[in-house]
Design a protein around this ligand. Structure first.
Ligand SMILES: [Zn+2]
Length: 487
């Protein structure tokens, strides 16, 4: 007989350091067949399961989620769940989350979500979750879930495989129960909290750390092994790295998680920026003097992919101050500025316009920058919203009405900017480069600018972190105790 698996959740990474609040227009909500498109491998399992879509909300990383939006979403989610429960016996729940969500009024968003889900479906039904490795694992999330798993790559190129593994974990749990086998779940909370720009799995020590996973999975009785690097721009007690191992033998599972935790702690001092870093002035100067092109500059601390404001104009101001004669051909993608786009609605392509760009979300960073620019393109996109491409001298600049990240060359070309090769310097609102960009970059520097996802974690005002925690504290003996239970 086929298992009935319900699927749904909510997926966002929230910086608690941006004044921006994520709400209805930031989320794309899916139900029915549209939700099932997230799982392109589903046909492989059609003889074994019925995958029943409940509801899913997905947003680009942003700020804390507005309580009003969340409460409404949760109500709709429960309503959809009730409908499905009335029509189907539930065998297992596939929870599709990011793991670094924040909501107004709670310090444990995913913990609260799974508690509501458990209240509804009871404790007997397994819940397996797929997550981003930049998620933070609270005690509640670990306790109320059956198996948690996360990406094994950063940049994330295994999202589809991770979601598929969530389903195979669920099948293994359900099949195991039929044979009277329980699983042991084991977790070690690692007192380390680092930005993704220091923990890519493509360079050491992240590479060697994540290489432990396939090695441990070779062992008999081990079902899954995951490493969360955690998300540092969430001021919460459970923000930190975590390792989890799940298996059908208690001793083996505990031994594996302990080994992994010890290894992680041993690597602590080896994590460093995955690429060259510089101050804004120094980095821009290096790029202008370089013979390599395209030279990518990451405006790291305004990275919307980590919850940055996406509208700071420190880099833009510096470029405009330099003056046309000192510039090379530059593209800056992109700045969110809904107000400017609305104000320029009646203007035509080719018009010269006076603009006050960006700087509206986080006023502490100097406010908007004024310039006269020419409109060279205008279009719309389902995620980015209304888009304007502006030009001044050798600088091309993209402005979007919604938060957006130009993470592929296709999106760059779609803006009418041509190819990466056409530019000397490309400035992106990103930290480490996504694959399209890193393969095109002939040179690259991460600019350490102040912002809501500041790489200098010690400069941010945290109030809720559990201490001691590296790098805020050093020279302490870590508690790497294993927390294990049966499920
Ligand atoms: Zn991530």
């Amino acid at each position: 007989m086929k298992y009935n698996i319900f699927v749904g959740g909510i997926h966002i990474e929230s910086s608690t350091f941006t004044p921006y609040r994520s709400g209805e227009k930031d989320f794309h909500i899916t139900k029915n067949d549209e939700l099932l498109k997230r799982y392109p491998w589903i046909d492989k399992y059609k003889d074994r399961i019925n995958l029943i879509p409940i509801m899913h909300a997905r947003a680009l990383p942003g700020g804390i989620v507005k309580r009003s939006f969340y409460d409404k979403y949760l109500k709709d989610f429960i309503q959809q769940l009730d409908l499905a429960l009335n029509q189907n016996k539930l065998d297992g729940f596939f929870l599709d989350i990011h793991g670094a969500m924040s909501i107004e009024g709670t310090l444990d968003a995913e913990g609260d979500f799974i508690r509501v889900l458990r209240d509804k479906i009871g404790f007997g039904v397994p819940i397996c979750a797929s997550m981003d490795l930049h998620g933070n694992i609270s005690q509640t999330l670990f306790d109320l879930s059956t198996v948690l798993t996360c990406y094994r790559t950063a940049p994330h190129i295994d999202t589809a495989q991770t979601r598929e593994r969530t389903l195979t974990n669920l099948l293994a749990v359900l099949d195991g129960r039929k044979r009277g086998k329980k699983i042991t779940k084991a977790m070690v909370s690692i007192p380390i909290l680092l930005p993704g720009e220091k923990t890519s799995t493509q360079v050491e020590p992240g590479k060697s750390l994540y290489a432990q996973i396939p090695r441990l999975l070779q062992k008999e009785n081990i079902l899954d092994t995951s490493i969360w690097m955690g998300f540092p721009w969430a001021d919460q007690p459970h923000s930190r790295a975590t390792v989890c191992v799940y298996g059908f033998n208690k001793d083996d599972t505990i031994a594996c998680v302990k080994e992994l935790a010890d290894k992680f702690w041993d690597y602590k001092n080896d994590f460093s920026f995955v690429g060259p870093v510089a101050s804004l002035k120094e980095g821009l100067q290096n790029a202008l003097e370089s013979k390599e092109k395209p030279y990518f500059l990451s405006d790291t601390d305004d990275n919307p992919g980590a919850g940055g404001d996406n509208d700071t104009v420190l880099v833009l101001r510096e470029i405009l101050n330099l003056g046309a004669e000192k510039l090379k051909k530059i593209a800056l993608v992109s700045i969110k500025d809904e107000q400017t786009i609305k104000e320029l609605k009646s203007k035509q392509i080719g018009d010269y316009v006076d603009v006050k760009l960006g700087g509206k979300i986080n006023r502490a960073l100097g406010g908007p920058v004024s310039a006269t620019m020419q409109i060279i393109n205008r279009y719309s996109d389902t995620i980015a919203g209304d888009i304007l491409v502006l030009k001044k001298d050798k600088l091309s600049l993209v402005v979007t009405s919604n938060r957006y990240q130009f993470a592929t060359e296709a999106s760059f070309q779609n803006a009418g900017l041509g190819s990466y090769q056409d530019y000397d310097i490309i400035i992106v609102k990103m930290g480490y480069l996504e694959p399209d960009l890193s393969s095109a970059a002939k040179a690259w520097t991460m600019l350490l600018t102040p912002g809501s996802v500041n790489q200098d974690l010690k400069s941010l005002k945290f109030r809720n972190l559990a201490r001691p925690l590296y790098p805020f504290d050093d020279d302490f003996t870590p508690c790497l105790d294993v927390y294990a239970r049966e499920a």
